[in-house]
Design a protein around this ligand. Structure first.
Ligand SMILES: *Cc1c(COP(=O)(O)O)cnc(C)c1O
Length: 466
C-alpha cells in the first residue's frame, strides 16, 4: 500500500508535465493547481482500493479534459429546429447584422448615453430612440424598459399604483408563461383589479358600470396573445373603449404583447394589430415587446400621450427597469430597418425566417437527407417530411406556417430510441434542438440558415448514439 501511495505524483510534478503545462496555459495556475489537487485526492482514494494509478502526465491530461468539459458554457449557440421561430426558451428573436454591429460598437467604448453632444449637457438615455419610435408608431412620446412585463408593471404602477381601479375584461386576464399572470402583475403594481364581463363575453355596459364606481384610474386592454376564444364571444373594440375612457376622464392602456411595426400581410402572414393602429384607435398608452415580432433585443416599449409618458419617466421604478447602452444600440439599429420595408425581410432575421417558403425549406431538407441519414446510422429511418412551424412568443398562436424538415423514426419502432436520439442531438458540439411528435423526431428546417455548418456538426452523432 505504501508503495502505491509513493507512486502518486506530486502537484508540482503534474504542473511540470507537458499536459500540466497545457492546463496552466489554458486555465491559469490557480485553477490548474486546485483541480490537480482534487484529482490527486481521487487518486489516493483509488490507491486504497488497489486501483492502477496515473503518472504525472496522465493526471495532467485528465485535468485538462475535465476542465474543458466543465468550462463549456451552457449559454451557448444551438440549432433551433423546433419549428418555433420566436422560441422564448431559446432566446426569441435573432438580431439583424446591423443591430449586432451597433451593439459591439457600444460595448467596446464610451458612448454619449446620457450626454447631449450638441450642448455638452446631460441628456436622457431614451432620447436616442424617442423620435424614431414616434415616427414608426405615430405616438406623441415613448419610453423604454427591460421587457414588456416591465412596461405593463411600470405603466400600471404609475397610473394606478395607489390602489386605483384598473378595469379589465375577464376574457383578457391572461397568463403568459408561468411567471407572468396579469392579475398578479396588477396587484404587484399596486392597482386594484376590477374584472368586468365574463370569460367569453364582455359588453360596453359592463365597462360602463365599473367606470361609474369610485376611484377608477384606468381601463386596461390586453391582447390575448397566446389563446383565442371562439364561438359565442364578444369584446369591446379599442375605439369604443377609448371613447368610454375619455368620457370618464381616465386613460386607456393597451398591452399589445407582440405588437408589430409593419403590415405582416405583405409577407404572407396573417394580420396582427400594429402599434400604429393601436395608437390611432385612441389608446393613451400602448405597451409591446422588443424581441417578439419586432425582431430586436429584449426590451419593453411604452408609447403614448406626452403627459402620461412624462409621469411614467418620473416614477423611481423606471430607474430599476431601464435599458443599458447595448440594448439601446441594438434597438436603434433594428428600428431603423423598418424605414425600408422593401428590404426588411432580407435584413431582419425574424421576418426572413417567418416568410421563408415551404418549397425552399423542402429543397434544403432534400439536399441534407443523405448526409443526415448516414450520420444517424441504421437505427433510424430518415425522411423529408412536411411539418408546421409556429411563430411563437404568443404571436398569432393558432396560425402555423407550412414548413419542411427531416423526420427520424426508429427502425425498431421503440420509443426510447427517440429520446436517445434527442439526447445525442443535444450532445453535439452545437446542440441541435428538435421536437418529438407522433412517434418521430422532427427537425423543422425553417430556422436553419447554414446547412453546411449543420451537416459538419452532425459528424459526432454516431458516437453519441453508440
Ligand atoms: C409577451 C407578452 C407580455 C410580456 O412581454 P415580455 O417582453 O416577454 O416581458 C405581456 N403581455 C402580453 C399580452 C404578451 O403577449
Amino acid at each position: 500500500m505504501n508503495a502505491s501511495f509513493r507512486a502518486i505524483p506530486s502537484v508540482d510534478a503534474v504542473l511540470r508535465s507537458s499536459s500540466g503545462q497545457a492546463v496552466v496555459e489554458r486555465f491559469g495556475r490557480a485553477e490548474a493547481t486546485a483541480r490537480i489537487r482534487t484529482l490527486l485526492d481521487r487518486e489516493r482514494a483509488a490507491a486504497q482500493q488497489g486501483s492502477a494509478l496515473r503518472d504525472a502526465e496522465g493526471v495532467g491530461a485528465l485535468t485538462l479534459t475535465e476542465l474543458e468539459t466543465s468550462s463549456t458554457s451552457s449559454l451557448r449557440p444551438v440549432f433551433n429546429l423546433t419549428g418555433t421561430v420566436l422560441h422564448t426558451n431559446l432566446g426569441r428573436a435573432l438580431l439583424a447584422e446591423a443591430a449586432i454591429e451597433a451593439t459591439v460598437e457600444a460595448m467596446r467604448g464610451a458612448v454619449g448615453l446620457e450626454f447631449d453632444l450638441d450642448t455638452g449637457k446631460r441628456g436622457e438615455r431614451d432620447d436616442h430612440l424617442r423620435a424614431l419610435v414616434c415616427e414608426l408608431t405615430g405616438a406623441e412620446d415613448a419610453t423604454l424598459v427591460n421587457n414588456n412585463a416591465a412596461a405593463v408593471l411600470l405603466t400600471l404602477n404609475t397610473l394606478a399604483g395607489h390602489g386605483g381601479g384598473a378595469v379589465v375584461s375577464r376574457g383578457e386576464l391572461i397568463e403568459i408563461g408561468g411567471a407572468f399572470r396579469m392579475p398578479d402583475i396588477m396587484t404587484r403594481a399596486g392597482a386594484r383589479l376590477m374584472e368586468v364581463g365574463t370569460t367569453n363575453r364582455t359588453h360596453e355596459k359592463d365597462y360602463k358600470a365599473a367606470l361609474d364606481e369610485e376611484g377608477i384610474s384606468l381601463i386596461l386592454k390586453v391582447h390575448t396573445s397566446n389563446y383565442r376564444i371562439e364561438g359565442f364571444t364578444r369584446e369591446v373594440a379599442a375605439p369604443a373603449l377609448a371613447r368610454m375612457a375619455g368620457a370618464a376622464g381616465v386613460p386607456l392602456v393597451n398591452d399589445l404583447g407582440s405588437g408589430t411595426l409593419a403590415d405582416l400581410t405583405r409577407w404572407g402572414l396573417r394580420r396582427e394589430p400594429s402599434v400604429r393602429e393601436a395608437v390611432s384607435e385612441g389608446a393613451d398608452v400602448v405597451t409591446f415587446s422588443g424581441d417578439k415580432l419586432l425582431g430586436g433585443p429584449q426590451a419593453g416599449f411604452i408609447v403614448g400621450r406626452k403627459d402620461l409618458i412624462a409621469a411614467i419617466n418620473r416614477n423611481p421604478m423606471k430607474r430599476a427597469l431601464r435599458l443599458d447602452k447595448m440594448r439601446l444600440a441594438a434597438l436603434e439599429a433594428t428600428l431603423k430597418l423598418y424605414r425600408d420595408p422593401d428590404r426588411l425581410a432580407e435584413r431582419l432575421p425574424t421576418l426572413r425566417l417567418l416568410s421563408r417558403k415551404q418549397d425552399d425549406i423542402e429543397a434544403m431538407a432534400a439536399r441534407l437527407l443523405a448526409d443526415v441519414s448516414a450520420a444517424a446510422g441504421s437505427g433510424y429511418r430518415v425522411e423529408v417530411a412536411a411539418c408546421a412551424s409556429q411563430i411563437g412568443s404568443g404571436a398569432l398562436p393558432l396560425d402555423t406556417l407550412p414548413s419542411s424538415g427531416l423526420s427520424f423514426r426508429p427502425a425498431d419502432g421503440s420509443g426510447g430510441a427517440l429520446e436517445r436520439l434527442a439526447a445525442a442531438l443535444r450532445g453535439l458540439p452545437v446542440p441541435v434542438i428538435g421536437r418529438i411528435s407522433d412517434g418521430a423526431l422532427v427537425l423543422d428546417l425553417r430556422c436553419l440558415e447554414d446547412p453546411q455548418a449543420f451537416a459538419a456538426n452532425l459528424d459526432g452523432l454516431g458516437r453519441g448514439l453508440a
